[in-house]
Design a protein around this ligand. Structure first.
Ligand SMILES: Nc1nc2c(ncn2[C@@H]2O[C@H](COP(=O)(O)OP(=O)(O)OP(=O)(O)O)[C@@H](O)[C@H]2O)c(=O)[nH]1
Ligand SMILES: [Mg+2]
Length: 291
């Protein structure tokens, strides 16, 4: 079983990458997601494409979930016997912990794809806003996608490539839009040896999950997502939702200080929204949504 680990900060484009690469996959693929308080949103987004998707409970693979991860991978091997396992750890995890687990289980070959969000990479790098695991996502990756290059100019993309090259001279670096990668590049003979060892992570963020009852008004939710950008609900890093609205099933995203929404491929039974950030105004958020 070959394994691809997809890492990158909150909202960088990991799930987008999976959806795109899975379309090119010829063998049997299974996806394991460990999302940061996502209430199963990523799992549902991926499985709508017909791919078997297993969710690890909310938490972080590099801290409390090591045992769960081992159990889940063993189960996947027995139950599905996939040719290719894709793992999307939460955006606040270092790939090292996952690589460690795969080593322990004797699983190879393993490729790590790191997704960099071009709109915030330089700020995150210069201010060290995510702590050490952010650099570790770059230094431990074999392929690095500089994603969302449609939202920055060429000069910015070149600057990012320069920094990424310096941090990881061995990686294959690919600028991308919508995390598109030619699957041919996903060779599994490119792992660089693990010099770093697993560490805990220092990043902290709050997460709020809101369950939305009944059919929601599309216009209201769109406006709510736009208001979230203004800072009135706290320091938001990421929000996402799957919602059954009066215009049908919709997926809403807030990432890279942008709001996006698109129609979702199937009816949403349990409409839900996840907000991740700091100093979140939970009461205000709930009051407005749980009316
Ligand atoms: N403009 C633009 N938007 C993108 C690009 N790639 C992804 N997005 C959007 O960014 C948002 C987040 O993408 P996801 O793929 O869900 O990101 P993620 O890394 O899986 O997010 P988490 O799992 O929550 O950490 C979605 O609205 C995507 O459509 C890109 O290249 N350009
Ligand atoms: Mg995701």
């Amino acid at each position: 079983m070959k394994t691809t680990i997809v890492c990158g900060v909150l909202g960088a484009g990991k799930t987008t990458f999976l959806n795109s690469i899975l379309k090119q996959e010829k063998g049997k693929a299974v996806v394991l997601v460990n999302d940061f308080g996502s209430a199963g949103i990523d799992g549902e987004i991926i499985s709508v494409g017909g791919i078997d998707t297993i969710e690890l409970p909310s938490g972080c693979v590099c801290c409390t979930l090591r045992f769960d991860l081992i159990t889940a991978i063993r189960k996947i091997q027995e139950q599905f016997r996939p040719d290719h396992l894709f793992i999307e750890p939460s955006g606040v995890a270092s790939p090292s912990a996952v690589i460690d687990v795969l080593d322990t289980l004797g699983i190879q070959p393993v490729t790590v794809v790191g997704i960099v969000d071009a709109t915030e990479f330089i700020e995150a790098y210069e201010t060290d806003m995510y702590g050490w695991f952010f650099k570790s996502q770059v230094t431990r990756s074999d392929i690095i996608l500089i994603n969302k290059t449609d939202l920055v100019d060429e000069q910015r993309t070149s600057e990012i490539i320069g920094i990424v090259e310096m941090l990881n001279p061995n990686a294959v670096i690919v600028p991308a839009v919508n995390a598109e990668l030619d699957a041919g590049l996903l060779r599994h003979d490119m792992r660089t040896p693990n010099k770093e060892g697993a560490q805990g992570h220092a990043f902290q963020a709050e997460t709020i999950t809101v369950l939305l009852k009944g059919i929601q008004r599309f216009d209201f939710l769109k406006a709510f997502f736009e208001r979230m950008l203004s800072g009135e609900y706290g320091m938001l890093m990421r929000a996402k939702a799957l919602v059954q609205t009066d215009r049908g099933p919709y997926r809403f995203d807030l990432a890279s200080k942008q709001v996006a929404f698109e129609i979702f491929g199937k009816e949403v039974e349990n409409s839900r929204l996840v907000v991740i950030g700091n100093d979140l105004k939970e009461e205000k958020i709930r009051k407005e949504l749980e009316r």
